[in-house]
Design a protein around this ligand. Structure first.
Ligand code: DX5
Ligand code: ZN
Length: 221
């Protein structure tokens, strides 16, 4: 599995097909879909119809990142649309455990998202139900923001906790990721990197994917 998950939030709609074709040619397996409801975050972005449209035309798996105030209402729509992985914010869910189990019962992967200022401790009740944790390295709502450096220590701490528990749980990071920081995130213990602007705007997308997938370790931030 390619550890790079392109975010298409910054897309211009009529460029999307060509960009997706470039991602496929560059060996990408998953597309990260930022779903925003205009309430949990200011923007309104994509719905389940884009999941269907992408899957009809491309071989990608879809990782739906739900930035919505009512994930209990949104998740069933994305399950029906065929999303393969679904994550939602711990800050928004009424009953996160039940929602994680619903996603798994449908044979999909279930993830919980933490904002940069949400303590890792928040994960404690949910470990048995988690396939992946998404640590935000920006506050959700927009692409093109700057990476929050304190995320590196949070990744290392979460990696220690996952290893200590022997949990079968992947660690994904999202927001402001550029080639220079990618190596340090992987070194700190991140498994998967969501990349938006730094990949979407690249002239040579295949080259940029290789750069992210094989970053020089320990590169300065
Ligand atoms: C932000 C989104 C991210 C964003 C990533 O709320 O969750 O997925 O689109 O884009 P960049 O890499 O530009 O921050
Ligand atoms: Zn995202």
């Amino acid at each position: 599995m390619n550890p790079i998950f392109p975010s298409i939030l910054s897309t211009r709609f009529f460029d999307l097909e060509a960009k997706l074709a470039a991602f496929a040619a560059g060996g990408i397996d998953f597309i990260h879909l930022d779903v925003m409801d205009g309430h949990f975050v200011d923007q309104i972005s994509f719905g389940p119809s884009l999941v269907r449209a992408v899957k009809e035309r491309f071989p990608f798996a879809i990782d739906a990142h739900l930035m919505v105030s009512n994930p209990e209402k949104a998740v069933p729509h994305f399950l029906r649309a065929g999303a393969d992985w679904i994550s939602f914010h711990a800050e928004a869910a009424e009953d996160a455990a039940a929602l994680l189990r619903l996603i798994r019962r449908e044979g999909r992967r279930a993830g919980l998202v933490l904002n940069p200022d949400t303590p890792l401790e928040r994960l404690r009740p949910f470990w048995p139900d988690l396939d992946y944790v998404l640590l935000m390295s920006v506050f959700p709502g927009y692409g093109g923001q700057s990476f929050i450096p304190a995320t590196l220590e949070r990744v290392a701490e979460l990696r220690r906790e996952i290893d200590r528990r022997g949990a079968n749980c992947l660690l994904q990071v999202d927001g402001g990721i550029h080639p220079a920081i990618a190596g340090r995130l992987r070194q700190a213990g991140a498994d998967l990197l969501v990349v938006g602007t730094a990949l979407y705007g690249a002239g040579d997308i295949a080259g940029r994917i290789r750069e992210f997938a094989n970053p020089p370790h320990g590169s300065p931030s």
